[in-house]
Design a protein around this ligand. Structure first.
Ligand code: FAD
Length: 482
């Protein structure tokens, strides 16, 4: 029955002529689904192919570099197992070109998928003439004015800038500059202890830079549960030159030797140090300053996010918005799921974007991943929960990897025994969290995880074993009966 209804609606939707502004993971996912549902689709982005921040200067290049960093770190660690490697010789130009080849392959593939779907791809920047008319400044220099039935804004975000730290020097980089890997500086200061700063700091530390990180809050990765951050903090203390918490950068000045940075902290006197390079990684700002937006009814919040409802529709009925430009968490998978919801809403399907769990992954070493409710959030909301933790010291697989610092925890509703959240720190936590997301979304009970046979020996067993801990019957841990 529902299939018949959908088919009818899809036929109506297929007459629609829609534009998607921005070709990132939100925009291209929306454009491709719209084309699959039979709509006429125009996708507009300044790059030669779709991909957006994620593919050109975000998720993908950073993960390519982090893979190399992990390899270098493992080779250094191998002496623990009786294997000695010489120090790596790093050819930065080849490293860069490998990373660029990954980006080119993926974005080229997206270009091909657009053509296969007959999506009209326009390389350019779009602004509004009215609620349904866009003026596109094309890459070649010409302008085109186009009218659509619906417009989806997927314009993403850009690195936030602190005006006093803007020196206009090539020694001061944002994440885009750091991903270029134009050189491996002897010393690097990362301003901001969020995930982007720590991931990129880890890359440079592995390549040989002495990396310091400065964070104004009392801990790295603000927002993440402290017990998840602790093993990473400990490891970074060894790999980084310094981790300065509750410290801010009060000024920066370029000198012949580098950037002189003045730090201030409530605990002590201001101090100074010169760094070869500085990476400013203090968050991201939504790209909501779209030319002509004021000619529409779209509303922007005080934080610069475009306001949308659960169907991702803005205050202007013809305009939808998705991805980083509509709010946190600014993550690629959130953007693409919102893209799908917006298109389905346009097609007339009964949909809403209301996930129970959007996973967050920090691709450092160890990785940190969580989904659903966090302990920090539960405490803030005064929610009664039970937390079951399985330490990886009791995991056979973690021992074989010589990485026992990890931990898997489940946040469980004490009444219903429903899994409300999952947090993992350890190698491959980013892969493992997918099971947690499924558990939270499917309203799994701790008992479901306990009874699900997991393959041995794998790190995935730690999810099952955390559930065993909840019931006080974990095979691999001994807890005397009370
Ligand atoms: C270093 C780094 C690492 C990251 N790592 C991860 C990760 O591991 N996992 C993860 O989930 N997320 C990661 N992110 C975040 C992720 O990149 C973003 O959440 C994601 O790209 C957002 O997708 P989007 O579609 O909203 O917009 P974007 O990817 O930002 O794309 C928006 C596009 O719109 C274009 N645009 C803007 N204005 C206009 C206009 N007027 N006309 C036409 N086009 C326009 C932009 O040029 C851009 O191409 C990372 C980000 C950075 C910077």
């Amino acid at each position: 029955m529902s299939l018949v209804v959908k088919t009818t609606i899809m036929t109506e939707a297929s007459n629609l002529n829609i534009a998607v502004v921005g070709g990132g993971p939100g925009g291209y996912a929306a454009a491709f689904l719209a084309a699959d549902l039979g709509m006429r689709v125009t996708l507009i982005d300044p790059e030669v192919n779709p991909g957006g921040v994620c593919l050109y200067r975000g998720c993908i290049p950073s993960k390519a570099l982090l893979h190399v960093a992990k390899l270098i770190e493992e080779s250094r660690h191998a002496s623990n197992w009786g294997i000695e490697y010489a120090d790596p010789r790093i050819d930065v130009a080849r490293l860069r070109s490998w990373k660029e080849s990954v980006v080119k392959k993926l974005t080229g593939g997206l270009g091909q998928l657009s053509r296969q779907r007959a999506v009209e791809y326009i390389q350019g920047r779009a602004g509004f003439e009215s609620s349904n008319t866009l003026r596109v400044a094309k890459a070649g220099g010409s302008d085109e004015t186009l009218t659509f039935d619906r417009i989806i804004l997927a314009t993403g975000s850009r690195p936030a800038i602190i005006p006093s730290l803007k020196l206009g020097s090539p020694r001061v980089m944002d994440s885009t500059g750091a991903l270029e890997v134009s050189a491996v500086p002897e010393t690097l200061l990362v301003i901001g202890g969020g995930y982007i700063g720590l991931e990129l700091g880890s890359v440079y530390a592995a390549l040989g830079s002495k990396v310091s990180v400065v964070e104004m809050l009392p801990g790295l990765l603000p927002g993440a549960d402290r017990d998840l951050v602790l093993p990473l903090h400990k490891r970074l203390e060894k790999g980084f030159e310094a981790i300065l918490l509750e410290t801010t950068v009060s000024s920066m000045k370029e000198e012949a030797r580098g950037i002189r940075v003045t730090f201030s902290s409530q605990k002590g006197q201001p101090s100074e140090k010169v760094f070869d390079r500085v990476l400013v990684s203090v968050g991201r700002k939504p790209n909501s300053e779209i030319p002509g937006l004021a000619k529409t009814k779209v509303q922007v919040t005080s934080r610069g996010f475009i306001q949308v409802n659960k169907q991702l529709q803005t205050d202007d009925p013809t305009i939808y918005a998705i991805g980083d430009v509509v709010g946190e968490p600014m993550l690629a998978h959130k953007a693409s799921h919102e893209g799908r919801t917006a298109v389905e809403a346009i097609a007339g399907h009964k949909v809403a974007f209301e996930p129970n769990a959007i996973p967050a992954v920090v691709f450092t070493d160890p990785e940190i991943a969580w989904c659903g409710l966090t302990e920090t959030q539960a405490q803030k909301e005064n929610r009664q929960i039970k937390v079951a933790k399985f330490p990886w010291g009791a995991s056979g697989r973690a021992l074989t990897l010589d990485r026992t610092e990890g931990m898997t925890k489940l946040l469980i509703d004490p009444e219903s025994e429903r899994v409300l959240g999952v947090g993992i720190v350890g190698v491959a936590a980013g892969e493992l969290i997918a099971e947690g997301v499924l558990a939270v979304e499917m309203a799994a009970l701790a008992g479901d995880l306990e009874l699900t046979i997991h393959p041995h020996p794998t790190l995935s067993e730690t999810v099952m074993e955390a559930a065993e801990v909840f019931y006080g019957r974990a095979t691999d841990i001994y807890r005397p009966r009370k």
